[in-house]
Design a protein around this ligand. Structure first.
Ligand SMILES: *[C@@H]1O[C@H](CO)[C@@H](O)[C@H](O)[C@H]1NC(C)=O
Ligand SMILES: *[C@@H]1O[C@H](CO)[C@@H](O)[C@H](O)[C@H]1NC(C)=O
Ligand SMILES: *[C@@H]1O[C@H](CO)[C@@H](O)[C@H](O)[C@H]1NC(C)=O
Ligand SMILES: *[C@@H]1O[C@H](CO)[C@@H](O)[C@H](O)[C@H]1NC(C)=O
Ligand SMILES: *[C@@H]1O[C@H](CO)[C@@H](O)[C@H](O)[C@H]1NC(C)=O
Length: 495
């Protein structure tokens, strides 16, 4: 009896301390959407089926992923065949929305020209399956996966030709799917794709200078990241103009663009470190957000990069400024910033020589998303924000009882509620990822999914992790199992 009483008291105490930190869906505006994310190459598989041709990501993974890990998306989660089952799992979990991407080279295998009828059919089926279950489709047009044909023909994003072809591809998507899709994101993680794909060479299309980390066979790290991002901005603006002129009046949807945000914190209070931190923010987020808000790159970039930074004509600047209806952000990490830049060092992730600062990754920190949201609000105004990706990575082999993920999601969602109370205009939150996928960093070894995918099972069986049940209870306003609360609260090592 004494034992039972003790347990009872502990439960009460724990419930009490948790409730001080409690979280309810009711704290969010009624039109706030909660969802989960994936991207085409990471889930679909069927890479060589029904007329799909390779993208630069297929090429990158078949070339060995810059020797960082093994694997490719040839089969991935076989989402191409299992989409009905997956949408049912989303519906059971209670998701309001699903963020996925269209594989450009599945829909238009050569990047331009003929549409692949099987690709069209697949995306129509997926979208219909979602909407018939009451799940909003939030669609990204480019998630690291330019058609390889365009890379071969004119070197992809470093050529201005891509603006025309990307706009024509978007036109097909709006025309075919825009009656049902209202949330369009042109490009995923513009800043990372440019910096890592063209600066470091550790992501597709694996272009960099010979001295860089990615062991690239072509590229120029001191010019191409800026050129690629410039063309992405022009392509985004061109697509937004197309949508606004031709579709918005009929379809009433919204156009956004996505960035990876990072919380930068100065190492010390010295003015040097504080200035360096502002510089890091300008280089990482201002790079894209200054043109979208003010029509030009940040001054510090113009000063440090000089003639290697492309410039906008007056007309381009006007086209880009205010070309987003919403901003999509991904958030995972916090970096400290030191005014002193030192030589390239993999361990310190000191990767941006022009930035003239040293950045070092800090442990995961849920409250630092508030610093990012505050600085977005203060520096760029109150445009609507969707948190397109946020999540917690664990080894793929870890337990289905993923307490660390529950604790992390609980804290992040709490931090977002707090940001909304303090005036941030946040409209939605998507967990990366809906299920374990082929990761851009970590392949099949590292996972962030709410559902476990058994990659050794020929049927690629999905199993809910405890975090899927937790998220579902949160979404349905059901009480959280006290046993989960006890475990999460009592283990200080979690997050
Ligand atoms: C990169 O381009 C710059 C500017 O055109 C040039 O000076 C430099 O030599 C190039 N670097 C490499 C590695 O090709
Ligand atoms: C770089 O790539 C070449 C050719 O693709 C390969 O032979 C070599 O082992 C690679 N080097 C490193 C350090 O990965
Ligand atoms: C930074 O300044 C604040 C207040 O000005 C002070 O409380 C804090 O200890 C300082 N931090 C460091 C790392 O110097
Ligand atoms: C930059 O950092 C170095 C080393 O931390 C320090 O000695 C120097 O005073 C700093 N410079 C400025 C301008 O704060
Ligand atoms: C998390 O980040 C916030 C804001 O950047 C900082 O004040 C806090 O000390 C950090 N917490 C940890 C545990 O690093």
């Amino acid at each position: 009896m004494a034992f039972v009483l003790t347990v009872f008291v502990v439960v009460i105490l724990v419930l009490f301390s948790w409730s001080a930190d409690s979280l309810s869906r009711d704290e969010f505006p009624s039109d706030f959407v909660f969802g989960a994310s994936t991207s085409a190459y990471q889930v679909e598989g069927a890479a060589n089926e029904d007329g799909r041709k390779p993208s630069i990501w297929d090429t990158y993974s078949h070339a060995g992923n810059a020797n960082m890990y093994k694997g490719d998306g040839d089969v991935a989660c076989d989402g191409y065949h299992k989409y009905k089952e997956d949408v049912q799992l989303m519906a059971n979990m209670g998701l309001d929305a699903y963020r996925f991407s269209i594989s450009w080279s599945r829909l238009i295998p050569d990047g331009k020209g003929a549409i692949n009828p099987k690709g069209l059919e697949y995306y129509n089926n997926l979208i219909n399956e979602l909407t018939s279950h009451g799940i909003q489709p939030h669609v990204t047009l480019h998630h690291w996966d330019l058609p390889q044909t365009l890379e071969d023909e004119y070197e992809g994003w470093i050529s201005r030709n891509v603006v025309y072809d990307f706009t024509a591809y978007a036109d097909v998507c709006f025309r075919e799917f825009g009656d049902r899709v209202k949330y369009w994101t042109t490009l995923n993680e513009v800043n990372v794709f440019a910096m890592v794909g063209y600066g470091i060479g550790a992501a597709p299309p694996q272009r960099c200078s010979p001295f860089s980390l990615g062991n690239c066979s072509r590229g120029n790290s001191s010019t191409e990241p800026y050129l690629a991002a410039h063309h992405m901005l022009l392509a985004h603006a061109s697509v937004a103009r197309l949508y606004n002129k031709k579709y918005k009046g009929i379809q009433h949807g919204f156009i956004g663009l996505n960035l990876l945000t990072i919380s930068f914190v100065p190492v010390t209070n010295t003015s040097g470190d504080i200035i360096a931190t502002q510089g890091a923010q300008d280089f990482w987020m201002g790079w894209i957000l200054n043109p979208l808000t003010f029509g030009d790159y940040p001054d510090i970039m113009k000063k440090n990069i000089g003639s290697r930074l492309p410039s906008f004509t007056k007309e381009e600047s006007n086209l880009i400024r205010n070309s987003i209806d919403f901003l999509g952000i991904n958030f995972y990490s916090t970096f400290s910033v030191n005014n002193h830049s030192k030589s390239l060092n993999m361990k310190d992730i000191d990767l941006i020589p022009d930035m003239d600062a040293e950045i070092t990754m800090l442990p995961e920190n849920d409250t630092s998303i508030n610093t990012v949201l505050d600085s977005l609000k203060n520096d760029y105004g109150k445009f609507p924000i969707y948190i397109h990706e946020n999540g917690h990575q664990t080894p793929h082999s870890s337990s289905l009882n993923d307490f660390s993920r529950i604790k992390s999601l609980h804290k992040y969602i709490g931090s977002i509620a707090k940001a909304i109370r303090s005036g941030s205009n946040i409209k939605g939150y998507f967990v990366w990822s809906f299920l374990d996928v082929f990761e851009i960093i970590g392949g099949y070894e590292e996972s962030l999914g709410l559902y476990y995918t058994d990659f050794k099972d020929p049927n690629l069986k999905r199993q809910p992790k405890l975090s899927a049940k937790w998220y579902s209870n949160f979404l349905k306003n059901k009480p959280i199992d006290p046993k989960i609360i006890m475990k999460v609260e009592s283990d200080a090592s979690l997050l």
